[in-house]
Design a protein. Structure first.
Length: 209
């Protein structure tokens, strides 16, 4: 049976065979039986490379951080993660530069940024924080929810998300329609400022964009 460590755009953990393109970390979320007992432990939610040097890990080792997996980078951003400063340093520098430009009066340290992101992604009751805008006001890379569908905006098209990839939405959401936005608001502001240009999107969207 697959482990419960595949992350959807809502930030929830599922047992699914498809691993995706990225790994991630929120701290130790599992017990000694490799069962998930919490949704997060740390405010530092990061997105990591699947391979980093010669490092090899046994998934869900007791006492070690829980390895999470994402379909692609828009998925990890929607779930509230940002690039790791170690294994994805180039992407992290792009992220920090965009943050400094968009939020010059906010904390610029990793801890300060993680604290601000945590406020934007999680409500007081622990549920994902969503917000609303017209779909025409949102940049590429944003993931939204509409009529039960999770939708990626990419290449001026709308793509239905799944753990295995994307399909074009058969009936696109109208431009003036207000939708629930899963990607945290600060991240969407970074996308709008140009960070979307560096996003690593699953090939099922790229091949048909």
């Amino acid at each position: 049976m697959p482990l419960q460590n595949r992350v959807d755009p809502h930030g929830q953990l599922h047992a699914f065979r498809a691993r995706g393109c990225f790994m991630g970390n929120r701290g130790v979320l599992h017990n000694d039986n490799r069962e998930i007992i919490r949704n997060w432990k740390l405010q530092r939610w990061i997105t990591c490379a699947l391979v980093h040097g010669n490092v090899k890990r046994t998934l869900m080792t007791p006492g070690a951080y829980t390895e999470l997996f994402f379909l692609d980078e828009p998925t990890s951003y929607a779930a509230g993660h940002r690039p790791c400063s170690m294994c994805r340093n180039a992407q992290y520098k792009l992220f920090k530069a965009a943050w400094a430009e968009a939020f010059p009066n906010s904390p610029q340290t990793s801890d300060g940024i993680d604290s601000k992101l945590h406020e934007a992604r999680i409500q007081a009751d622990g549920r994902q924080r969503v917000w609303q805008r017209k779909i025409s006001e949102l940049p590429d890379g944003t993931l939204v929810e509409h009529l039960g569908e999770t939708v990626l905006l990419w290449g001026r098209r709308q793509w239905r998300w799944s753990f295995t990839g994307y399909d074009l939405l058969a009936a696109p959401v109208q431009k003036d329609q207000v939708v629930d936005i899963l990607t945290p608001e600060p991240i969407v502001r970074l996308f709008a400022a140009g960070l979307y240009e560096s996003l690593l999107v699953h090939s099922t969207a790229l091949n048909r964009a």
